[in-house]
Design a protein around this ligand. Structure first.
Ligand SMILES: NC(=O)c1ccc[n+]([C@@H]2O[C@H](COP(=O)([O-])OP(=O)(O)OC[C@H]3O[C@@H](n4cnc5c(N)ncnc54)[C@H](O)[C@@H]3O)[C@@H](O)[C@H]2O)c1
Length: 475
């Protein structure tokens, strides 16, 4: 199952699969096939008025600047921004003021280093959480307890236990919570308005037959050399940034094409198990989520998980043996088997595609990624469209098209949005289990009913992790 042994495999079935993946998406599907082919502008339902939700933004780095910040300002009014890096918080405050002034909103925008200042504010209804992964759960739980509705970026959790903790608080809170897996709402073209939603709808309608195997390719993770100790950049509160993770030196290396210096910090935190789970959780949060949804297994989990991986540093008992180099799996192939026999494979790359989801059923196959959806079930829609109810049921009776818009619609009717915590926790559990299996280098068994690893006490300890004193997550 090692990636290298798969790359050079050549066969006629591979050639035909390549053809299948190269089919152009259909040009004539819009309109009759997709009931929302021309979705109304959801933000029109949220005019500039006193009833717009008041928003506080926690974590305002890369993703916030280019995505969540502008998106949330289309629906609500931002009045506070918070970041443990003073440079980012200052920049975000300027961005908010400029954007809102253009719309005639002249709100004061306060700046904060400690998110609790935002949670204490009674005038703030909604928070966005766009911090690194190791902070998501703690801030989300405290926000729910403070009575805020929450939009939190994926991957929601660092461990399986964190997901259970969020659910235990959300259940009693009457709060609305959207996870930032926008593939559930967006990514399409004029012909097929939502690629992923359409794939899930086709699978649920039985157009592929019985789903037997789904493969998610999510890309290999970058590696680094040994990174030298460096001075903490001016304005960054390194202790607060580290949060629940162990105290360690700030390190800094070269700047790869991605544009951020190789550090443990901004953007590059993804490549350290201390703060994230590598590609397995970064992209797994998107594709594994869609895979389990399509399989109709989004409220359960696999029963066995096994795989192989290469790590950029030596691992012993699942623990990286070198301190200051990227440590998440570079290449991997994990097989998860569900109780009904269906298999979910999570790979860095597939011989026919680098990023995307291949769904194989007893009758047909379907490929989907952010750029296209291909396969016979899609073509068949021309002559045999899906009933509107299939999409309506999938999207909980609302119009898809804008993930943030879906959150704001749900704020009005107080329902849970399309990326609900419950199913996201299940997808993340699969990703975390995949990481536990490759870190320990052995097959693990999972009971999706009790939500525990079975017959392996050592592996079961990895369902949670020790949190630094003062930064524990308390429910
Ligand atoms: N949905 C998507 O497609 C998508 C895309 C990119 C990123 N993301 C997610 O968004 C999150 C942020 O990623 P990014 O690339 O913007 O990272 P980033 O490092 O650029 O930004 C994170 C920001 O959070 C700040 N921060 C850290 N701890 C904080 C705390 N306790 N309180 C307040 N601020 C804190 C950091 O200083 C930084 O400015 C990640 O979880 C990532 O997975 C999602």
């Amino acid at each position: 199952m090692a990636a290298s042994s798969r790359v050079n495999r050549a066969s006629s079935s591979v050639a035909s699969r390549r053809e299948f993946l190269q089919q152009a998406s259909l040009a004539a599907l819009a309109g009759s096939v997709f009931p929302w082919a021309n979705p109304s502008d959801v933000s029109a339902a949220f005019p500039l008025a006193n009833d717009r939700a008041v928003v506080g933004c926690i974590g305002v780095g890369d993703r916030w600047r280019g995505g969540i910040g502008p998106n949330v300002m289309a629906f609500g009014d931002v009045t506070a921004v918070c970041d443990v890096d003073a440079n980012n918080v200052g920049r975000a405050a300027d961005q908010v003021k400029k954007t809102q002034e253009k719309r005639g909103v002249n709100r004061e925008v306060s700046t904060h280093e400690d998110y609790r200042a935002i949670l204490d504010r009674k005038d703030i209804d909604v928070v966005t959480i766009v911090t690194p992964d190791h902070w998501h759960s703690k801030i989300a739980i405290e926000a729910l307890k403070a009575g805020k509705d929450v939009y939190c970026e994926k991957p929601l959790t660092l461990t399986i236990n964190e997901g259970k903790q969020i659910i235990s608080v959300l259940k009693d809170s009457k709060r609305v919570f959207q996870v930032g897996t926008q593939q559930r709402s967006e990514m399409g073209n004029k012909d097929v308005p939502q690629f992923f939603l359409t794939a899930v709808a086709l699978a649920h309608a039985g157009r592929l037959g019985k789903i037997q195997k789904v493969t998610c390719a999510i890309g290999a993770a970058p590696t680094s050399g040994e990174l030298p100790k460096a001075e903490v950049p001016k304005g960054l509160n390194w202790n607060l940034w580290l949060g629940q993770a162990p105290v360690t030196d700030y390190v800094s290396g070269p700047v790869p094409e991605r544009g951020y210096a190789q550090t443990r910090c901004h953007y590059e935190f993804r490549w350290w198990y201390e703060y994230s789970g590598g590609k397995m959780t970064d992209w797994g949060a998107h594709h594994v989520d869609i895979a389990q949804w399509a399989m109709g297994l989004d409220n359960t989990g696999p029963v066995s998980i096994e795989g192989t991986a290469t790590h950029p540093c030596e691992m012993k008992g699942g623990v990286p043996q070198q301190t200051n180099r990227y440590n998440v799996a570079e290449k991997f192939h994990v097989k998860c088997v569900f109780a009904n026999g269906a298999e979910l494979h999570i790979v860095d790359t597939h011989p026919e595609f680098d990023n995307g989801i291949l769904i194989e059923g007893s009758d047909a196959r379907l490929f989907v990624n952010r750029g296209k959806i291909t396969g016979k079930p899609l073509e068949d829609l021309k002559t045999n469209p899906l009933p509107e109810e299939v999409f309506a049921k999938l999207y909980k009776g609302k119009k898809p098209g804008n993930h943030m818009g879906n959150f704001f619609e749900c704020l009005k009717d107080r329902t849970q949005p399309i990326s609900d915590v419950y199913t996201h926790h299940r997808a993340m559990t699969t990703c975390h289990l995949a990481n536990i299996a490759i870190r320990l280098g052995r097959k693990i068994e999972w009971n999706p009913e009790t939500e525990h690893i079975v017959n392996d006490a050592e592996a079961a300890q990895w369902e949670g992790r020790e949190q630094r004193k003062g930064f524990e997550i308390v429910v």
